[in-house]
Design a protein around this ligand. Sequence first.
Ligand SMILES: Cc1cc2nc3c(=O)[nH]c(=O)nc-3n(C[C@H](O)[C@H](O)[C@H](O)COP(=O)(O)OP(=O)(O)OC[C@H]3O[C@@H](n4cnc5c(N)ncnc54)[C@H](O)[C@@H]3O)c2cc1C
Length: 453
Amino acid sequence: MLGKEIFNKHRVRELKSGELKREGPVIYWMSRDQRVADNWALIYAKLKANELDVPLMVVFTLANSFPAANLRHYDFMLKGLAEVEKRLVDERISFNLLCGEPAEKLVEFSERIKASIIVSDFDPISVKRNWKMQLNQRIIIPHHEVDAHNVIPCWYLSPKLEFGAYTLRPKVKKHLSSFLTDFTDVNLHKKLEHTSHLTNWHEALAWLNPSSEVKPLKKIVAGEQAAWNTLNNFIDSKLSGYSTRRNDPTLDGQSNLSPYLHFGQISAQRVAIEVLKAPAPETDKQAFLEELIVRRELSDNYCYYNPAYSSFAGFPDWAKESHRIHRFDVREYLYTLNEFEVAHTHDPLWNAAQLQLVNTGKMHGYMRMYWAKKILEWTTCPEEAMRFAIYLNDKYSLDGRDPNGYSGIAWSIGGVHDRPWPEKPIFGKIRYMSLDGCKRKFDVDRYIKMNIG
Ligand SMILES: Cc1cc2nc3c(=O)[nH]c(=O)nc-3n(C[C@H](O)[C@H](O)[C@H](O)COP(=O)(O)OP(=O)(O)OC[C@H]3O[C@@H](n4cnc5c(N)ncnc54)[C@H](O)[C@@H]3O)c2cc1C
């Protein structure tokens, strides 16, 4: 039996039911949560292996068809996975990299080792959900899914699409104390006798053969240890003052944890636990937890309950209607995707934001809003604006291809999680942002100099 004190049963659900027979190993199909520490899916898989008295095998499937992934993303991800493998081997747990179509490879592998059960981690993104559907059609063993990414499991926090942070926040408040508990590690009973081989990560990258147009980032170190260092640096030197400094794009006032959270190299729950323990002002801690828990989990809610999360069809009705009315408003400036991509607009502030994204792999959070809203203003229609913004964000941002990106872009262009604002040309009732507004908030010239030189 699973110890109630270490594992909240609401964190797991059956994607494919079936009798749990003691045959071969338990498979943990690691995907979104690429870490060994503080990983509820790994903990659950260990508990299952102990319950059945069988070994545990961790599997990662590498698909070379993953949308918008390029060398920048794969470099970061594979370096993180190499660390995962080392840590697992230290714990005498086997790690297996399978290259090819995930469902197909996983079916082959699970049949070969006569697996008892597959455990996977939750991801609301459609490509991952499709993989799981394909897998479930072809396996006869049970498949259990664990939400190891959210502090409160997405399906448990809310059974429906939320309107905004104001409707999700009370639910977070209600359930937080039941889920924001510390992690307890589980001692696996059946360990590997010896490790047969370690993955050749260079070969894996060569097999992927990703587009190398977007270069890897030298300044951002990948992996669990680097994620911890980033968290500690944030707590030591940036958490005090976070609520006032985080919205100034000329300061390094944010945590910079988003790439690590995106690739699951650190657990959001662990981040929250450490932040709560820190000797920082309560207002700063609460401002940070609002972003880390409420806003981040709202994004998962949006992508999970709204299959149209990356398009115009996902917008709320009031925003669709407002866009219909303003669809043919005259645009003073219109740019092609290429002009946006190479930062050739008339606005040096927008160009600076785009260059920050391209060169550093991360645009400051405040600038992301301005950047996306101007794409709406300078394209022919909101559909095109969504397409351009998602393309650029997913291509260059190390934390791209994430529910936070889809919901942030849909917030900026389609009023998702926002409310109607006084009407303006082109934007209609979508909240407007202006260059003058930015000038009142921060030193725009300094930001431009920092990113254009
Ligand atoms: C147009 C647009 C595009 C965005 N694209 C992405 C993206 O691709 N990937 C991504 O992770 N975030 C995205 N965001 C959300 C947010 O800007 C980033 O999460 C944040 O700037 C990341 O930096 P940080 O980790 O230093 O943030 P911090 O301020 O230190 O926040 C800590 C964590 O809280 C979460 N968080 C912070 N702000 C938000 C938010 N507004 N919505 C949801 N979660 C939030 C993130 O997980 C973040 O890592 C986007 C926002 C907008 C408006």
